[in-house]
Design a protein around this ligand. Structure first.
Ligand code: 5RP
Length: 232
């Protein structure tokens, strides 16, 4: 592991631990997915071990649910608790308006559903996730019904995207919802995320996009000077 990587990891841990302090007694909490969110879950597990009582946690992926269960964090779901007090998750890219690309881990649909069910959506990240414009570092993931993956790919190409079907370990990637992901890059970046999202959402067979627009209330960034808070 390189020095840079371990430093980045320390910042993820720092911000995950800071975000765990936002969780109060009696809350229903949404837990995100990814390496930064894992630090949040670990820190929440420690708080629960020390006596914090939350009503329950809704996880945005099976992986997070398994980690939370292993730490004895009480679990619930949106059928039992359709309104969450807070949802905390990582992101792949964050622009100055706090518009996000998420979904590198493939959990974008559940993440967007859980985020939309929360009174407050807080993003946690290290400084590498801050960008001037979306779409220059991470591809935009689009989750599709498997039957529609090829026609949807053509529609996305017509919108100017270079499109790749996500593959992991030599196999077509299957999401927790049994769908596929088309990763889209845009040569000029994403100049108008709201219009692009509306166009992609209108394609039949698209389940969801990784554009999380006007959703994040604030962003916590771990870094060399401690945790900074960015507001929308
Ligand atoms: C998963 C996500 C993650 O939040 C995003 O990929 C950030 O992950 P990490 O904290 O590992 O950098 O959207 O679908």
């Amino acid at each position: 592991m390189s020095t840079q990587k371990s430093q980045q990891d320390l910042w993820k841990q720092q911000v995950g631990e800071a975000a765990a302090q936002l969780i109060d007694e009696g809350m229903v909490v949404g837990l995100g997915t990814g390496t930064t969110a894992n630090y949040l879950v670990l820190a929440l597990g420690e708080r629960v071990r020390q006596g914090l009582h939350i009503i329950g946690a809704v996880s945005s992926s099976q992986a997070t649910m398994d980690l939370a269960a292993s730490l004895n964090i009480p679990l619930t779901d949106l059928d039992h608790h359709p309104v969450l007090d807070i949802y905390i998750d990582g992101a792949d890219e964050i622009d100055p308006q706090l518009q996000l690309i998420k979904g590198a881990g493939g959990a974008l649909v559940r993440e967007k559903i859980v985020a939309s069910s929360a009174k407050h959506f807080v993003v946690i990240a290290d400084p590498s996730k801050l960008v001037k414009q979306l779409g220059h570092i991470f591809p935009l993931p689009v989750e599709v019904t498997p039957l529609a993956k090829t026609p949807v790919k053509l529609h996305l190409e017509a919108l100017g995207a270079n499109v790749t079907l996500r593959v992991r370990n030599g196999e077509t990637f299957i999401t927790d919802n049994k769908n596929n992901i088309l990763d889209c890059t845009f040569p000029q970046g994403i100049t108008d995320p709201v219009t692009l999202d509306a166009k992609i959402q209108s394609i039949v067979g698209v389940v969801e996009t990784g554009l999380f627009l006007n959703m994040a209330e604030k962003v916590l960034i771990g870094g060399p000077e401690g945790v900074k808070v960015l507001h929308r």
